[in-house]
Design a protein around this ligand. Structure first.
Ligand code: SAH
Length: 211
């Protein structure tokens, strides 16, 4: 049996905190988070917290994943880019909301584990790539949404260039200590800032991130 408490964790952690997008709530309900957390933390899989992965990385708090997924306003037809695969959890939630997800991770061992977890959970719609996510995946662009799970000093230009017009990017921007989750829409007139929420993420390391 799954380790969730009757589905009400979604009400407590998400709905009661202002996430009312029913597609996102249903997606969060469906993805078995316990398959993405390290075995030692499985009993904590539905806690209201980020959890440690190996290599000093973390699987994001469910609320933050929901916030990012909601912000992208996906319809189900998009090809989405997920930067910072980590455990693969956010990629799985995005796969519930879009047609296909390309996820990119810089640590090969984490990418390999995420692939296994995604396969086990039945997410064949996610491709995990190893590389510098600050550069995106230019050969597969444009994307109908981009979700970044690590903090950058600013929006990496390469990612902005790979965003389709009318699509949105959600990413934590700021210093390694202090960040806000920015949601920007690409319009013909340039970037439109839709939302900005205080958050805390691990740093995005790479050519257009922190060195
Ligand atoms: N979305 C993940 C959260 C992982 S934490 C989840 O749901 O579990 C952020 C991840 O970003 C870490 O695994 C880290 O290794 C990765 N990362 C940091 N900089 C990166 C870069 N430039 N390219 C790809 N991945 C990066």
């Amino acid at each position: 049996m799954r380790l969730r408490s009757g589905g009400s964790w979604v009400d407590r952690q998400l709905r009661d905190r202002g996430i009312h997008d029913e597609r996102v709530l249903a997606a969060m309900e469906r993805v078995p988070r316990e398959l993405f957390v390290p075995e030692a933390s499985r009993s904590l899989a539905y806690d209201d917290a980020a959890l440690p992965l190996s290599y000093g990385q973390t699987i994001s708090q469910p609320y933050v994943v929901a916030l990012i997924c909601k912000a992208l306003a996906l319809t189900g037809e998009e090809r989405v880019l997920d930067v910072g695969t980590g455990s693969g959890y956010q990629a799985a939630v995005l796969a519930e909301l879009a047609r296909h997800v390309h996820s990119i991770e810089r640590i090969p061992e984490l990418a390999e584990r995420a692939r296994t977890a995604l396969e086990e959970a039945g997410y064949g719609r996610v491709d995990v790539h190893v590389g510098d996510g600050t550069l995106g995946l230019p050969d597969l662009a444009p994307f109908g949404g981009i979700a970044v799970a690590a903090a950058a000093p600013d929006v990496p230009l390469a990612l902005w260039d790979q965003l389709a017009e009318g699509a949105r990017i959600a990413l934590p921007v700021g210093t390694p200590q202090l960040q806000e989750l920015r949601v920007l829409e690409r319009t013909s007139a340039g970037p439109r800032l839709l939302e900005s929420v205080p958050v805390r993420f691990v740093p995005l390391l790479g050519e257009q991130g922190y060195s």
